[in-house]
Write a protein of this length. Structure first.
Length: 319
C-alpha cells in the first residue's frame, strides 16, 4: 500500500465516519452492546475497555496528553506499548476475559503490531497530527492490521463507558457523535456495581469493610450515577444525540432493539449483531461474573437484595 492509498483512507475516515460513543449508567451492559457491534463489517471498534485503560492502563485521552508529538514513529511505538492488550490479549489487563475468547474460552486477540505500526505511520505521513486525526488513524490502522476493509466502514464506535469529562473532550473533536446510553433497573445496577467491586478487589465482609477505599469509591459512584454522569452527557451534546437502551429490553427483545440501533446509527442489519464477540471471537463477559454468551429470553429473578445490608434494604424500600 502506497502513500496515495493511505491518503484516500484518511480522507474517507475524516469525511465519512460517523462516530458513536457507548456510555453506561453503572453496570448496565455497555461492554455487552459493544461486543454485539464488534464484528459488523461497517463498524470499527477497539475491544472492550482497552482504550479507556481497562483495569490498570491509561485512557486514550491520557495517552494523548502524555505523547503529543509530530513524530509518527514515536507515536506508533508508544501507542502499542500503552495498549498492548489490543494486539495480544493474553496479557489482558481489562478484567473483560479477553484472554478467554472463543467457544472453548482458549483463544485470544492477536494483531500484528509491526503491520499496525507500518499502516499508522503511512496514514499519518504528511498530516498535521492532532488528537482527532490520531484517533481516526489508529482505528484505520487497526482494521488494516486485522485484515479488514476500512473502505467499507461507516461507523467508528468509541466505548467511553464512563460518562465523565472525557465525553466533553470527545465531542470537542467529534461534535456530531451519537450516544448509545446503556441503562437498567437502578437497583440492579447499583447491586452489580457493588458485587463487581467486591470481586475485583477480593474484599470480604469484616470489621474494616466499610472503611476500605474501594467500598467508599463504590458508594460514591452511586451518587455520580444520579447527578454527575447526566451532567457530563448533557453538557457535551444535545439530548437528540442520545438514545437510551435498557439492558432488559436488549435481552428480551434483542432483534427489535438491534434493528433500532442499526437504523439510528446508520448501518445495515447483519446476523453477526446477534453474537457477542471481540475480534470476531465469542466473548463470555467480564471476569467478575459467571461466563455467559447469549441473550436471556426470560426476565431474570431480582438479585439486588442479596447485595445490600439490612439497613440499606429498609432505605431502598422506603425510596
Amino acid at each position: 500500500m502506497g502513500g496515495e492509498d493511505y491518503k484516500i483512507l484518511m480522507d474517507h475516515a475524516q469525511e465519512d465516519f460517523q462516530t458513536v460513543a457507548i456510555l453506561y449508567d453503572g453496570r448496565s451492559g455497555s461492554v455487552f452492546v459493544q461486543s454485539l457491534l464488534d464484528n459488523h463489517p461497517q463498524v470499527s471498534v477497539f475491544p472492550a475497555t482497552v482504550l479507556i485503560g481497562g483495569g490498570s492502563g491509561i485512557s486514550f485521552d491520557d495517552f494523548w496528553d502524555l505523547h503529543q508529538t509530530d513524530d509518527n514513529v514515536e507515536l506508533a511505538n508508544a501507542f502499542c506499548n500503552a495498549f498492548g492488550t489490543a494486539f495480544d490479549s493474553r496479557q489482558d489487563n481489562t478484567w473483560c476475559r479477553l484472554d478467554a475468547l472463543g467457544p472453548d474460552m482458549n483463544e485470544a486477540i492477536s494483531v500484528d503490531i509491526e503491520s499496525f505500526k507500518r499502516c499508522l505511520c503511512g496514514l499519518l505521513q504528511d498530516s498535521r497530527i492532532d488528537r482527532r486525526t490520531f484517533f481516526l488513524a489508529v482505528h484505520v490502522a487497526y482494521e488494516l492490521a486485522r485484515g479488514r476493509d476500512p473502505h467499507a466502514m461507516r461507523i467508528l464506535v468509541h466505548a467511553l463507558h464512563v460518562p465523565d469529562k472525557r465525553v466533553r473532550d470527545f465531542f470537542d473533536d467529534f461534535p456530531d457523535t451519537k450516544i448509545l446510553l446503556m441503562t437498567r433497573n437502578p437497583l440492579e445496577t447499583h447491586a452489580a456495581v457493588f458485587r463487581h467491586t467486591m470481586r475485583r478487589h477480593e474484599i470480604e465482609h469484616g470489621p474494616e469493610f466499610i472503611s476500605r477505599p474501594e467500598v467508599i469509591a463504590c458508594s460514591w459512584s452511586c451518587v455520580q450515577h444520579a447527578f454527575e454522569y447526566p451532567f457530563h452527557i448533557l453538557s457535551a451534546c444535545d439530548p437528540e444525540q442520545v438514545r437510551a437502551i435498557r439492558l432488559e429490553d436488549l435481552h428480551l427483545e434483542s432483534e427489535i432493539v438491534i434493528h433500532n440501533i442499526c437504523e439510528w446509527i446508520g448501518i445495515e442489519f447483519d446476523e453477526v449483531l446477534l453474537k457477542s464477540t471481540f475480534d470476531g471471537r465469542l466473548w463470555w463477559g467480564d471476569s467478575t461474573i459467571a461466563p455467559k454468551n447469549w441473550f436471556s429470553k426470560a426476565p431474570p429473578p431480582p438479585t439486588w437484595r442479596d447485595a445490600f445490608f439490612d439497613h440499606d434494604l429498609i432505605w431502598l424500600e422506603f425510596l
